[in-house]
Design a protein around this ligand. Structure first.
Ligand code: SF4
Length: 347
């Protein structure tokens, strides 16, 4: 393990320099800065938002200038991070965490994702099956999702509530995993967005300087981005589809292209990016090509990009003959060709 960690710590991937600097303890993870920025507490939601916008400007200034010495300062009693948690607790009353914009009061009922104000997770462990720069990755698999993919490879996680997520207890585990060599906290599922209030609460208690990786479908709302982007160090964004028709058919996700491209552009300005794209059978032209071309043009050809070939039909995929098989050689070759043509930083 020690040898492995030594090797892993020497990996510096283009586009993930700040992530590496957190791991070398040269700079502070964003949430550690956020919890050192004092805030005022308000009952009124509008006032909370106003003070949040004001503090955001200050936070960005500190983020640009601060090195790891900020970690020597004690956290504020009530901080920018506490304010974020309290805003999210308010937002739960009329949930618009993701672009489904259900508008339900999650203290009383469920929206599309079937999450109340409580959160559940399925497992947490040091994951060695992620991209080389992420491993060992302390992966927390949340239950439930804001998508309903017919080929969901984690459907056992998504459609159940396993263990109640206790923010304080999970923070303690995060600190232990960090001591055991984790290079990040990787928030996934399912999807992390609908659990944002619990995640921010957990970060209030986390003591280690550890990078936060938001491993999501990038279908979050702009309102949620405004709050969470100041704690996300790396956006591990899943870019599934190249058009709205496929997104609606296989994930029941309306207005996909506009939402996801908007969110990737915003993420680029507010953190580092690692993009994943799962190539699907019969979807190289309509999805893979479109995704790769857009990414290269809008996020840069040197963005870190993982072209994934491990699709297999599962869950309800057998009801859709065109995706009811694995990829063939031709599809793998063609997608690799198009990715290599446009992108220079493939995993
Ligand atoms: S997180 Fe999204 S899907 Fe879940 S209730 Fe809120 S808006 Fe609906």
């Amino acid at each position: 393990m020690l040898i492995y960690l030594h090797v892993a710590s020497t990996i510096v991937v283009r586009g993930l320099e700040r992530y590496e600097a957190i791991n070398s303890n040269d700079v502070a993870a964003k949430f550690q800065i956020a919890k050192r920025l004092p805030a005022e507490s308000y009952e009124n939601f509008e006032e909370m938002l106003k003070i949040h916008s004001k503090l955001k400007i200050e936070f960005r200034k500190i983020l640009k200038e601060a090195d790891a010495s900020i970690l020597k300062e004690p956290p504020a009693e009530y901080s920018f991070l506490h304010l974020k948690r309290d805003i999210l607790l308010h937002m739960l009353k009329n949930c618009r965490f993701c672009e489904r914009r259900c508008g339900v009061n999650r203290y009383e009922k469920f929206g599309f994702c079937r999450c109340s104000s409580l959160s559940y997770y399925s497992s947490e462990f040091l994951h060695f099956g992620e991209e080389p720069e992420l491993i060992p990755s302390h992966t927390i698999f949340f239950n439930r999702c804001t998508f309903a993919c017919v080929f969901c490879q984690n459907y056992d996680i998504v459609y159940s509530d396993d263990y109640i997520f206790d923010a304080r207890e999970m923070a303690r585990i995060v600190d232990i995993r960090r001591k055991h060599g984790s290079r990040n906290v990787n928030l996934v599922g399912g999807n992390p967005d609908q659990h944002s209030h619990k995640i921010i609460e957990m970060l209030i208690y986390v003591e280690s300087n550890v990078p936060i990786v938001w491993n999501s479908n990038m279908y979050h709302s702009d309102e949620l981005a405004e709050i969470i982007e100041d704690v996300v160090d790396v956006w591990l964004g899943d870019f599934k589809y190249g058009n709205d028709k496929c997104a609606l058919k296989y994930s029941k996700a309306p207005n996909y292209w506009e939402v996801v491209t908007r969110n990737f552009l915003r993420a680029k300005d507010n953190g580092e990016l690692l993009i994943r794209h799962l190539v699907m059978p019969n979807h190289v032209n309509c999805c893979t090509e479109k995704v790769v071309e857009w990414v290269s043009k809008n996020l840069g050809s040197d963005v870190r990009f993982n072209l994934m070939f491990q699709y297999y039909p599962t869950y309800k995929a057998f009801q859709y003959p065109e995706i009811a098989r694995r990829l063939n050689d031709e599809e793998m070759k063609n997608s690799l060709f198009v990715a290599a043509k446009h992108l220079k930083n493939l995993v």
